[in-house]
Design a binder for this molecule. Structure first.
Ligand SMILES: Nc1ncnc2c1ncn2[C@@H]1O[C@H](COP(=O)(O)OP(=O)(O)OP(=O)(O)O)[C@@H](O)[C@H]1O
Ligand SMILES: [Zn+2]
Length: 722
């Protein structure tokens, strides 16, 4: 065996053969990184296998230049997981492995033994002027020597730490990272579980080996408490845990709840704001057992835990678990693979489970655990549908809605107004000729942002100045039409001039720390009127909110996406769940032109649980997921004919057995950033048929002459059709 099979970060679904030079034979190993020459470049690769012979003739076979690791950075089990991922999502193995690795490892940087930067106090009696600096000093006095990571996790900044170092009040030194299992696990005071919670927790604790659970609990029913208590046994056994949370759900409150419950335990965070180096640190810490729990967003599913004992997926229905480009994986689905592979429990929690997950629970594949009561109160929110037909609502609010807002504010309660559209207005319209502001590069509107006086495309981010005259007819009567959060907030602030208002959307929270600041304002009760998009809606616990207003639910009722109603119902329930968390029942107003719509009626009268079960019967009748499996092949390019040609070539002459193929069809958004977009839909009753066909197709595509001239992708289990 003198030939190594190497995975490289190139967009080809194959590995590459390299000769093993004698002097490196003792250093190589599967899962280690190597340096090889590829074309005229030097690339980092990962050894994934060995062989005796190659299709490449011996004299053409290049040799490995260097071995970069002493020990494998991907162990056999982890490689097996990533291989599965590559096959399942029809994505090249090399690119899959390199997606999993933190950037410094992709670039070939060394992974040395983990050293931890520690702080030691030198001058305990020093007096500092900065309040936070003094707090840090006091903390060091009480805690003794502490890792810098830990101090930062408590909220102290690098600047504050450096201030102590510069004044020689504290010194920094390196220590070998401690094994988290050597610490005694402390469990802080906790509430007694109610009956339903206790039953759920017992079921999880009693499970042996791999078992998936769906914890279906209404908002505020105490799911997090079940997670915390279910984790105890796992930690006591010395096993690590991964808690996957949606991008928006990684709030300081969630994290501090875990930290408070397990004081002193090494808990790491993983999210998109970490630097490359911070990611590498977490990677090493989970691998070298110096961390017990990771709370992370989707890509933390790729972390190389030394010994994982449980995965929890909070808000498992959330769309952010699915990656929407390159390797289009779903972290929840990969979590199921990892749990089966490692033979440990998987716990999925949601108030509004995805229909796919619910289906698995109802057919017995997952064990269903239900929480039907709110943990702290016995109240349920009251829903009210406000009929917008024939209403005068010049500012987007029905008169009745404004009365409810006024009354709630008068009682000293907070009001939350939800609209999932940022900006001032979705488009400008010319009153004379009907011209609409559109993006030049996408088949969509350009949103009017009043504060910065710009038209911005929310798909490609193109900005244009606001025209003074209509580009078509020259009229000066150009006006905003429709509403965005910016406009809603402006109107409410005029109407309730003395009421403090906070707006939370991507525009208002661009500045670092401003989101946290706004949340803090709401918690302290400073803000009484809260206006926002889904950034405001998810996961937060605002005890004082007594009224939630959802301004526009109609778009989700009539959409071409078959998941639109499911997503609308989930959104309504999540947003509504922000109300009434402090004892008295909250009120939820839904403004709609279709108050008699069966979906709204079902949701409002019978709740999500009922709605979802009914929605499943509809999916079954329509042969849609989860009763059937989908894949989407997307292609886009500047040359429309090439894109169409490429996809047409993929359509087989003979119909396929067990697979329906539709297309090429224009994508719902036919142009984005100047590119034409088309797709093929594949639908199959049996998953193995679909995967078998996709594997063949991927090979064929790679040999297609247009494959490297247009952008194409395969999306297995697509979550949206765009
Ligand atoms: N058994 C209990 N006894 C008393 N209080 C509890 C209990 N379980 C949970 N709580 C409290 O109830 C509130 C809601 O609980 P928790 O946040 O766990 O619910 P959740 O279902 O995770 O909420 P969400 O729907 O927002 O995700 C929290 O303040 C929590 O501390
Ligand atoms: Zn655009």
């Amino acid at each position: 065996m003198n030939i190594a099979e190497i995975a490289l970060k190139v967009p080809l679904s194959r590995t590459f053969d390299y000769q093993l030079p004698d002097e490196l034979v003792s250093q190589v190993g599967i899962g280690k990184r190597v340096l090889v020459s590829f074309g005229n470049r030097n690339l980092v690769g990962v050894i994934v296998g060995y062989k005796n012979s190659s299709d490449v003739p011996g004299d053409k076979l290049k040799a490995i230049s260097a071995v970069l690791d002493d020990t494998a950075i991907l162990n056999t089990r982890h490689l097996q997981f990533l291989r599965f991922c590559s096959q399942y999502y029809c994505h090249p193995l090399g690119e899959t492995l390199f997606t999993a690795l933190p950037a410094p490892l992709r670039e070939g940087q060394p992974i040395d033994k983990l050293a931890v930067k520690m702080l030691r106090l030198l001058e305990p009696s020093a007096k500092l002027r900065g309040k936070k600096q003094q707090e840090l000093l006091d903390y060091l006095k009480s805690s003794g020597t502490t890792s810098i990571n830990h101090v930062r996790a408590l909220g102290f900044t690098t600047a504050q730490i450096n201030a102590l170092l510069e004044k020689a009040i504290a010194a920094e030194f390196s220590a070998e990272a401690a094994d988290w299992r050597e610490q005694t696990i402390e469990i802080a005071a906790k509430p007694t579980l109610n009956q339903e919670q206790a039953a759920a927790c017992a079921a999880i604790k009693l499970s042996r080996g791999f078992q998936s659970f769906l914890l279906e609990g209404i908002t505020g029913s105490g799911k997090t408490e079940v997670y915390l208590q279910a984790l105890e046994d796992i930690l006591l056994l010395g096993k690590q845990a991964l808690v996957l949370v949606p991008e928006i759900g990684l709030t300081p409150q969630t994290v501090s709840r875990f930290r408070r419950r397990f004081p002193g335990l090494a808990i790491e965070l993983w999210h998109s704001n970490l630097t490359d180096n911070e990611r590498l640190q977490v990677w090493r810490r989970v691998e070298q057992q110096s961390c017990a729990i990771v709370i992370g967003t989707r890509s933390s599913i790729f972390l190389p835990f030394a010994e994982l004992g449980m995965i929890i997926v909070d808000e498992e229905h959330d769309a952010s678990f699915k990656q929407q480009d390159s390797l289009r994986y779903h972290a929840r689905d990969l979590a199921a693979y990892r749990a089966a592979q490692g033979n440990f429990p998987l716990l999925l929690g949601s108030a509004t489970p995805a229909l796919e997950t619910l289906h698995k629970a109802l057919t017995g594949k997952y064990q269903l655990l239900s929480l039907t009561r709110r943990a702290e109160t016995s109240t349920h929110n009251q829903f009210l549908l406000i009929d917008m037909k024939a209403q005068q609502a010049p500012q987007g609010f029905a008169a009745a809605t404004l009365v409810h807002i006024e009354r709630t504010l008068a009682r000293g309660k907070q009001v939350m107004v939800f609209l999932n559209r940022r900006g001032f207005a979705p488009t400008l319209i010319c009153h004379q000729c009907g011209w609409l502001s559109a993006c030049h590069r996408c088949s969509t509107n350009a949103t009017y942002h009043k504060g910065i006086a710009q038209l911005i495309c929310h798909h490609c981010a193109e900005q244009q100045p606001v025209p003074k005259q209509c580009p078509d007819c020259g009229s000066t009567q150009i006006m905003p039409t429709g509403f965005g959060t910016e406009q809603i907030a402006e109107f409410l602030q005029q109407r309730f001039a003395t009421t403090p208002l906070t707006r939370i959307d991507r525009d208002s929270t661009r500045k670092k720390g401003s989101f946290e600041q706004a949340l803090e304002d709401i918690h302290q009760g400073g803000a009484r009127l809260l206006v926002g998009t889904q950034m405001l809606a998810k996961g937060h616990h605002f005890p004082d909110v007594a009224l939630v207003v959802i301004l526009d639910v109609d778009a989700g009722l009539y959409s071409c996406d078959f998941r639109a109603t499911e997503h609308l119902a989930q959104l309504i329930v999540q947003v509504a769940g922000r109300a009434g968390r402090s004892g008295e029942a909250g009120m939820v107003l839904l403004q709609t032109h279709y108050p008699e719509h069966p979906l709204l009626q079902d949701l409002v009268n019978n709740g999500y649980q009922h709605f979802a079960r009914y929605a499943l019967t509809e999916r079954q009748e329509a042969h849609l997921p989860p009763y059937n499996h989908l894949a989407l092949i997307r292609a886009e390019g500047h040359n429309q004919n090439q894109v169409l040609q490429f996809l047409s070539d993929l359509v087989p002459v003979q119909p396929l057995c067990g697979i329906q193929l539709l297309g090429p069809l224009p994508a719902p958004m036919e142009r984005i950033a100047g590119k034409f977009r088309y797709q093929l839909h594949l639908q199959a009753d049996a998953r193995n048929l679909l995967h078998h066909y996709l594997a063949q197709l991927a090979d064929y595509i790679n040999s297609h002459p247009l494959a490297n001239r247009i952008r194409w992708s395969i999306d297995v289990d697509p979550m949206d059709m765009f």
